[in-house]
Design a protein around this ligand. Structure first.
Ligand code: NAD
Length: 295
């Protein structure tokens, strides 16, 4: 069992850190929000004064931070995680961030004799609590094999997506599909309504036909057909519209950097941007159906 420094104990990070404790690891945490650190301590972890101190004591460092900016700062600033960690330390960044930052940070870490993977997740807060997350891992074969056991304490499906940054690439490609498909399914339900076609009838047909997809069958954006979908609880998140917008913007930025044509991804980003600007950023992303109906 390892001594793990865990930095970023928010909605996702705290339950992930608690699962590492349950698996028998020693977890020493840091977050700017002291309340989160207190919750870690209540769950059997320890409180660290800074990310640097946590990194200097750890065999493994896990970060779960809001965006690439925090990741870049915390890892690369003078005296940051890369400077503070001892040679041989394994670094795992599970935040969803831009591919370029992920690759820069791994390169800096490896230059210092550290092992690093980018390992963003899918599965949301429920997956973090239940230890059933999917990890999409970018890094060398040896880094992946080193990271796998600790990821298994927090997730159910661990996939090696390729070299550094490929975990982030997989995450944003997947979520671009999700953003586009949620809008497509929502547009179809709005059109059906206006054509006098019952939502349940459209579901019964499309869920068994060529329109079938996850946004239809697992996360249906209208109330009724899929009882577990957020549409049945006033679009309480779930996965917020702001988070979807963040991921669509990362996909758009990545597409721009490599001259990939993603017109539907860009369109989805524009639609979610307007939805978030209308004040619905904390609503579940499937609430986009109401925005499409009303605008
Ligand atoms: P969150 O805002 O709840 O948690 C982020 C935490 O990082 C906060 O507690 C914040 O205080 C802390 N933090 C910020 N800057 C810091 C710093 N400099 N030093 C130490 N701590 C710092 O966010 P979250 O929902 O836990 O998401 C974390 C990451 O996981 C994001 O990149 C997000 O895109 C990704 N993600 C979230 C979900 C989800 O459903 N919430 C699902 C998949 C992926």
């Amino acid at each position: 069992m390892a001594r793990i420094g865990f930095i970023g104990l928010g909605n996702m990070g705290l339950p992930m850190a608690l699962n590492l404790i349950k698996a028998g690891h020693t977890v020493e945490g840091f977050d700017l929000n002291r309340d989160s650190v207190e919750k870690l301590v209540a769950g059997g972890g320890a409180s660290m004064e800074s990310a640097q101190i946590a990194a200097s004591r750890a065999e493994i460092v896990v970060t779960m931070l809001p965006s690439g900016q925090e990741v870049r700062e915390l890892y690369l600033e003078p005296g940051g995680i890369v400077d503070s960690a001892n040679p041989g330390t394994l670094l795992i960044d599970s935040s969803t961030i831009d591919v370029a930052t992920a690759r820069d940070v791994v390169a800096s870490a490896e230059a210092k004799g550290l092992t690093m993977v980018d390992a963003p997740v899918s599965g949301g807060v429920g997956g973090a609590q239940g230890g059933t997350l999917t990890f999409m891992v970018g890094g060398s074969d040896s880094a992946f094999e080193k990271a796998r056991p600790v990821l298994e304490a927090m997730g159910k499906t661990i996939v090696h997506a390729g070299g550094p940054g490929n975990g982030q690439a997989a995450k944003i490609c997947n979520n671009m599909i999700l953003g586009v498909s949620m809008i497509a399914v929502s547009e179809a339900f709005v059109l059906a309504e206006k054509l006098g076609l019952d939502a349940q009838k459209l579901f019964d047909i499309s869920s068994k036909s060529s329109g079938q997809c996850w946004s239809m069958t697992s996360y249906c954006p209208v109330p009724g057909p899929v009882p577990t979908s957020p549409a049945n609880r006033d679009y309480q998140a779930g996965f917020t519209a702001s988070m979807m917008l963040k991921d669509l913007r990362l996909a758009k930025e990545a597409a721009g950097a490599v001259q990939a044509r993603t017109p539907l991804g860009a369109g989805a980003a524009a639609i979610y941007s307007a939805y978030v600007d209308s004040g619905e950023g904390t609503r579940d992303f499937s609430g986009i159906v109401n925005f499409l109906r009303d605008n």
